[in-house]
Design a protein around this ligand. Sequence first.
Ligand code: SAM
Length: 299
Amino acid sequence: MNEPSAAPIESIELLGPALLDSERQSADAVLRFARSLRMSFGWHYLLDLVWTNRELPAPPRSTVLDAGAGVGIMQWLLAERGVNVISVDRIDRSRLSLRFRARYNVVGLRKGDLLRKRRALDLEAHNGALKMDAVRDARNLVGRKLGLGHSRGSVTIHRSTLDHLAAIPDASVDGIVSISSLEHNDLDNIPLVMQELWRVLRPGATLTATVGAGKTDWYHEPSRGWCFSEATLKQAFGLSPSTPSNYDQYDEILEAVRTNEELRKGLAQSYFRSGNNGMPWGKWDPQYLSVGIRRQKPG
Ligand SMILES: C[S@@+](CC[C@H](N)C(=O)[O-])C[C@H]1O[C@@H](n2cnc3c(N)ncnc32)[C@H](O)[C@@H]1O
């Protein structure tokens, strides 16, 4: 991760393809990393991940909370760089695949957050998911034990709602990241989530979040997520009315996204298999933008 940019303490940025040009190396590294984990992601995630890489200070050995991490790539990207991640989501990840558990030191915050490895191994073998990958992962594990790889960070799985992080102490994390998660909450709940995230963030540290953006507020049914207008975004996320933003360029950035070949060609295969996902049958038709929010807690 980069050093903090000279950007203001609070900022809002609609994410368009220009970001991929200015952060080419970072974009290529994210794509290479995703291939190494055999992961693909939704149409705007490359933008979200590259923007987050640029904006979130996350040095090795720091602790970063991934809010609404799901099984997303950000937590592994951070761990790969030596960051210790607290991975919070309300979904059950107790059966998290050994694909990740062999490569990273994954633990449960509390009993029940993660199945013991032995049991997970049995389950994956039972489901037929454990094939040649297991051999490669075992090799990785041995390499790590022998100290052949560089020092990766840990990932601590925590099943919880984001508005009640009772097991996480005040001012205990060095950064918070959230990728395309907070828009999947009732509007009334977002200030409560932000209040709780703010509580656990240490003074002087940064929160970055990407969410859906619209010129007016609307609910994107296929992804079950809100697209926020600039005014709602500022209000719900506790940003001051004077926070710098590029919402005035909404139309041209959306047009740039719609006509961008790299994003279109990167559309994950899952979009081609289901008609109910925002890009029915893989037909490239972005309806909204992604926006990055950066807030630094006063020191
Ligand atoms: C679209 S997924 C994105 C997952 C991941 N960040 C990624 O990059 O793939 C949104 C995730 O946010 C989680 N989420 C949203 N609001 C939450 C809340 N209030 N508490 C816990 N998890 C939440 C959902 O359960 C879901 O797993």
